[in-house]
Structures are given as structure tokens and as C-alpha cells.
Design a protein around this ligand. Structure first.
Ligand SMILES: [Zn+2]
Length: 213
């Protein structure tokens, strides 16, 4: 079993990169999705996680790691996994290492999306969505045909409340603070493969393909 970790700030295009890797045969592990699935299936771990979440508490790393363990153990030996959204902290990175090692697998690389904060703010703060059909526009990169109105429904577009510049900068600060130790940890092992995420999407895709081949 081989693993690749995907790291990058919110809004840097992790979803696009994940798509590229899934196309190349990687199994995408999103811990958020994993958690929701376990809760839906009412597994022992899912029930435990739900109890904690209902009490307004965080699901501890050990529970998340146990869920990941179940998934990795049930996979074929030659499966390549893509971790997205996990690890987020140094503690989680160490737990993931232990887990991969205990299963005789290896961490192949850490794909690190790099994008200046200002570019991310421009991307996210310019986003407008249609509440009716879910279409997403961008004031600069993908504007609607007429004013601030959806091309499909003709209704007014709105901005998500967490897409304001202040909120985005705060999220980016939190990301930088939590991720910096993680980056040093992986850098020390020569696992980081930086990708310039501040370029047209097709270039990002091409760079990712080159980095994994
Ligand atoms: Zn619409």
C-alpha cells in the first residue's frame, strides 16, 4: 500500500488535484466523507463519533485514525491512497506514519499546493453562487452574462458569508499556522513535491501528472 498526502490552503484547488490523481488510479480518502459514511452505516466508530459531535466535541485523532485503519486494511496490497484533509497537524502526521508502517506500506510523497494568499483571496472573495440552481460564478474569471444575475435562473447571485476577505484571511492564517510544522516534518524526509497552484488549471493538472510519474 502506497500513500500520497495532499496539502494546500483552502481555495488552492485541492479538489482539482484530487480529481487528477483519482483519474490515475488513486483511491481518494477524505476524512470528512469517511466520518459521514461511518455515521450513516452506524458502525461502532461511527456511533462513537456521532455521540461526540452531538455533544459539540471534536472527534479525536484516534477515532479518525481507526476509521482510516479499517479502510486501509480492507484494501488490496497495491492500492495507492490519496489523503486529503488529513493529516492537518503534526500529531496526526505521526499517527498516519505509524499506521502506514504497521501495515507495511509507505508514504510516497506529499503534494504541496502553493499559492500566495492574495491570489486565494481574489479567487474566493470573487465567488458568487446561485441559491436556486447552485451555479458558481466569479466576478473576474467567470462572470455571469448580465450583472449579478444567474444565467440559468435569472435570479440574484449571492456571496457565501465565509467568502469575505476577512474570513478567508483568517482561514489562511489558521492553515499556515497548523501546517507549517507539518511541512517541515515532511521536508526533513524529502517527501514534499511543491506544485504552483497560482497558474491556469490545465497547467496545475499537467504539473501534478508530471510530479507523480
Ligand atoms: Zn441559477
Amino acid at each position: 500500500m502506497n500513500a500520497t498526502v495532499l496539502l494546500g490552503p483552502p481555495g488552492a484547488g485541492k479538489g482539482t488535484v484530487a480529481e487528477v490523481l483519482v483519474d490515475k488510479g488513486y483511491v481518494h480518502i477524505s476524512t470528512g466523507e469517511l466520518l459521514r459514511e461511518q455515521i450513516r452505516l452506524e458502525t461502532p466508530l461511527g456511533l462513537e463519533a456521532k455521540k461526540l459531535m452531538d455533544q459539540g466535541r471534536f472527534v479525536p485523532d484516534d477515532v479518525v485514525v481507526a476509521m482510516i485503519r479499517n479502510l486501509l486494511e480492507s484494501a488490496e496490497n497495491d492500492t495507492r491512497f490519496l489523503f486529503d484533509g488529513f493529516p492537518r497537524t503534526l500529531g496526526q502526521a505521526e499517527k498516519l506514519d505509524e499506521l502506514i508502517q504497521s501495515l507495511g506500506g509507505s508514504l510516497e510523497r506529499v503534494v504541496l499546493l502553493e499559492c500566495p494568499d492574495d491570489a486565494i483571496v481574489e479567487r474566493l472573495a470573487g465567488r458568487r453562487t446561485c441559491g436556486k440552481c447552485g451555479s458558481v460564478y466569479h466576478v473576474t474569471f467567470n462572470p455571469p452574462s448580465h450583472g449579478n444575475v444567474c444565467d440559468v435562473e435569472g435570479c440574484q447571485l449571492s456571496q457565501r458569508t465565509d467568502d469575505t476577505e476577512k474570513t478567508i484571511r483568517k482561514r489562511l492564517d489558521v492553515y499556515a499556522e497548523r501546517t507549517a510544522p507539518l511541512i517541515s516534518y515532511y521536508e526533513a524526509r524529502n517527501l514534499i513535491q511543491p506544485i504552483n497552484a497560482n497558474q491556469p488549471i490545465e497547467h496545475v493538472r499537467a504539473d501534478v501528472v508530471a510530479s507523480i510519474s
